[in-house]
Design a protein around this ligand. Structure first.
Ligand code: MRU
Length: 351
């Protein structure tokens, strides 16, 4: 099933805050509801945010009756700005918003703009499914029967429309008949690893072992994993932004001589920027001082303690062994291989 889709004038999505206890569909009937869903991570993961952003623009075109075309156009531009401000780090959100907005603004009537916006958002969702299946086909070549792989956060179906990126690569390798074992970091503070990745992999019948984030070192030292694969929220000229803790895993992998792979679609690249240009989202203190934001609040830290809660970190490209995309696998030197794949849309090496 698709994790996010357009139906009856609403954006419907799996409410990820309810997992793993229950699988519930959340209906967002207007931009405010969708913006709230994005902020509280009911929908999350860079590719899913790209699709959500696109659908958000479509939603904005139906929010009220417009007296003329200009009123509609200025309304969707304003609502697009609001959507883009919900989460700053994953570039895919603004990519999805911009794509649908610019296409919709070409429309010559209210009906046409509405139709174009829904069609373009649906097109992004369809492309997401195809490109991740392609990415999985390329990426699975990097994995062998018997591999044991460490991952962080959730990069599976839930983070996309259907197949997943880093977890999609693992699913593709398993589908090919390879036996792969996964160690999933719980991914504090919001537990995307324990709540979502463990749930997805168990559903798929893939061997998964949950660890606390601080256990990654011992897992490598004891030889329990031989590869690491993660997703990405934004790839810039000198680094990869991904879930907080990714940078630590990359350094540990280097120390232990393990390949460190990133899997992401081309829409995650923001090659005009450097690490210093990107805002890292800082989230609320309640995520750290309570046992979990989605369950009954139980204090696990003194209520008045100072808290620092960045949601992402940036890993310099020198720690990354290869980047898996829907056009192929990119290897260092990235200053040559990445512009090559982005500018020419050409194929990277697949070995
Ligand atoms: O805060 P989140 O859960 O949206 O963070 C998601 C991640 O960091 C993922 O690793 C990234 O978006 C890639 S998802 C295919």
């Amino acid at each position: 099933m698709r994790t996010i889709f357009w139906q009856d004038g609403c954006v419907k999505l799996i409410d990820q805050t309810k997992l793993p206890e229950s699988l519930e569909i959340l209906e967002c009937r207007n931009v405010d509801e969708l913006a709230m869903a994005i902020k509280r991570l009911a929908v999350r993961g860079a590719p899913a945010l790209e699709v959500a952003g696109g659908y958000g623009v479509a939603l904005s075109a139906f929010e009220k009756e417009f007296s003329d075309l200009n009123e509609l156009k200025s309304h969707i531009v304003e609502r697009a700005r609001l959507l883009a401000s919900t989460r700053p780090t994953a570039v895919n959100l603004s990519v999805g918003i911009e794509r649908v907005l610019s296409k919709a603004l070409e429309g010559d009537s209210i009906e046409e703009i509405r139709r174009i916006a829904v069609e373009e958002a649906n097109r992004i969702a369809d492309e997401d499914v195809k490109r991740n299946e392609k990415l999985g086909e390329f990426g699975r070549e990097l994995f062998e029967d018997g591999d044991s792989v460490l991952t962080i956060c959730n990069t599976g179906s839930l983070a996309t429309v259907y197949w997943g990126t880093a977890l999609g690569v693992i699913r593709s390798a398993v589908k090919e008949g390879k036996k792969i074992r996964v160690f999933a970091c719980e991914t504090r503070p919001l537990n995307q690893g324990s709540r979502l990745t463990a749930w997805e992999l168990l559903n798929d019948g893939i061997d998964v072992t949950l660890i606390a984030d601080s256990m990654a070192g011992i897992v490598m030292q004891k030889g329990l994993v031989n590869k690491v694969i993660v997703g990405a929220d934004r790839i810039v000229r000198d680094g990869v932004f991904n879930k907080i803790g990714t940078y630590t895993l990359a350094i540990l992998a280097k120390e232990h001589g393990l390949p460190f792979y990133v899997a992401a679609p081309l829409t995650t690249f923001d090659w005009g920027k450097e690490m210093k240009d990107v805002e890292i989202e800082e989230r609320g203190r309640e995520e750290l001082i309570y046992c979990h934001i989605t369950c009954k609040r139980k204090l696990i830290a003194p209520e008045n303690v100072k808290v620092y809660n960045p949601a992402f970190d940036a890993t310099p490209l020198k720690y990354i062994s290869a980047i898996i995309t829907e056009k192929g696998i990119i290897f260092p030197p990235y200053e040559k291989s990445i512009p090559n794949i982005l500018n020419e849309g050409g194929s990277a090496s697949s070995t």
